[in-house]
Design a protein around this ligand. Structure first.
Ligand SMILES: NC(=O)c1ccc[n+]([C@@H]2O[C@H](COP(=O)([O-])OP(=O)(O)OC[C@H]3O[C@@H](n4cnc5c(N)ncnc54)[C@H](O)[C@@H]3O)[C@@H](O)[C@H]2O)c1
Length: 421
């Protein structure tokens, strides 16, 4: 295992403490919070609003030699799973008024590991967890990810999820409450060319994550695929209950990994969940690769080149903006019950329509080149998303033109690694 970046400040303390064994201070916080998790389990599954009064501050005072302010703050946090309170708070408490402390209720945080966190979707997710003061460790082998996408507060551990001993060591050291598992071989064509390597990363890697999570009782949000799972005969928009009939080794591997997730819920009483994003697009998505038609088309059009459409352009996809996918992960992170959710828009957009939208947004003429359709590609794809709305209160909010505009701005700015949504 190669620890690439020990970020400055608190993150580097965690990485050192985490990987070399927790220091005394962290153990103390861990001991407190394990009691708090038990308490929080009996409480409301939703966060109380910031500013709410602590309901029972004295109850948790009994055997803790920590400042009253700290405990009062924690006891007022009724999140599930409970988020932790940082040592920064402990240090920062003296001199604060109780009212001041209460204003920071939503600063209590979770320890989260994001596998694939240096990737396109994963790095946005890391930023979102950091923005709500969660503590984030990234596990990524940087095969397609970039360390430069990561905020300094994230701790990056460069390793493959196929390396079970190193992965277990990191998870045992960090002891996350939540693992968002996004690390994957995502190239459908290379899964066809080398299915064993695809299965190694996407099936064995997931089993390794499940086993490491089991050791510390962490919940997993598994990033599956809504685009690659449902077969060509699935009704459109496709419901989660449709029998998956993947058309590629990549889709088979995601399906198999989902089966393991379900098995661990039954066998080990875990509460892991599955998110099935449709075709995700947004800033930080590689505009030079084989996948990611939206940034590829945008960059071609902005450069005055002609984008290539495989087939006649009537094939449809469900394009969901990355900010909406991140919002779905955050909603699922705070969801107690396990589930499987499609994350898309429910809307079919043909490749020709996408080209037209890009033309309208950029004000350029889009004159595609047509090439033969590629084997194994679906003709139609769109996901039914009512279940995510019902269970998670989530809906996509970004229209295609707005998302395309954000990508074009990002490309025109030189595709910076740290671009936001
Ligand atoms: N982009 C989409 O349209 C889309 C749609 C549905 C699902 N997904 C899923 O979302 C997740 C993220 O995809 P993305 O589009 O951000 O791709 P990405 O390639 O940008 O991200 C994948 C990340 O995983 C890392 N990785 C790959 N293999 C690894 C391994 N063995 N160990 C550790 N790290 C490894 C890569 O370095 C990269 O940082 C994947 O699980 C993918 O299957 C993506």
């Amino acid at each position: 295992m190669d620890q690439v970046s020990a970020a400055s400040g608190y993150g580097s303390q965690l990485c050192q403490a985490g990987l070399a064994g927790l220091g005394a201070g962290r153990v103390a916080v861990g001991a407190i919070t394990s009691r708090l998790v038990e308490k929080a389990n009996a409480k409301s599954p939703r966060c109380v609003s910031p500013g709410a009064r602590p309901s029972e501050p004295r109850e948790w005072l009994e055997d803790q030699a920590t400042p009253v302010g700290f405990l009062a703050t924690v006891s007022s946090c009724q999140c599930f799973p409970v988020r932790r309170v940082t040592t920064r708070w402990l240090a920062g408490w003296p001199g604060r008024t109780p009212a001041g402390c209460l204003a920071h209720i939503d600063c209590c945080y979770m320890r989260v590991v994001v596998t694939g966190g240096a990737g396109f979707i994963g790095s946005h997710l890391v930023d979102a967890f950091l923005a709500r003061d969660d503590e984030v460790t990234v596990v990524d082998d940087l095969s397609t990810g970039h360390a430069g996408r990561l905020d300094d507060r994230a701790v990056l551990c460069k390793l493959s999820v196929t390396d079970a001993p190193s992965l277990t060591h990191v998870i045992d050291s960090v002891r996350p409450e939540l693992i968002c598992h996004l690390a994957a071989q995502i190239d459908v064509l290379s899964s066809v060319a080398n299915p064993a390597a695809d299965a190694e990363a996407n099936v064995i890697g997931t089993v390794n994550v499940l086993e490491a999570a089991r050791g510390v009782g962490a919940r997993i949000l598994f990033c599956s695929s809504g685009g690659a799972l449902y077969g060509r005969d699935a009704p459109i928009p496709s419901l989660e209950d449709v029998l998956p009939l993947p058309e590629s080794p990549y889709g088979i591997a995601k399906h198999c990994a989902e089966q393991y997730i379900g098995l661990y819920n039954r066998l080990h009483q875990a509460a892991h969940s599955v998110l099935r994003p449709a075709n995700v697009y947004g800033p930080r998505q590689d505009p030079t690769g084989e996948a990611g038609v939206v940034p590829i088309f945008c960059s071609k059009v902005l450069a005055g080149d002609r984008p290539t459409i495989f087939g006649d352009g009537s094939a449809t996809r469900d394009f969901v903006y990355v900010a909406d996918v991140v919002a779905a992960f955050l909603a699922a992170a705070d969801q107690r019950r396990p589930g499987t959710w499609n994350i898309g828009t429910g809307t079919e957009v043909s490749v020709l329509s996408l080209a037209r939208v890009i033309g309208e947004v950029t004000g350029r003429v889009v004159d595609p080149v047509f090439a033969p359709a590629r084997a194994g590609e679906l003709l139609r794809s769109a996901l039914a998303v009512e279940r995510a709305h019902r269970d998670l209160g989530w809906r996509p909010v970004t229209g295609l033109a707005d998302g395309v505009r954000a990508i074009c701005r990002w490309i025109e700015a030189g595709t910076p690694d740290r671009a936001g949504f």
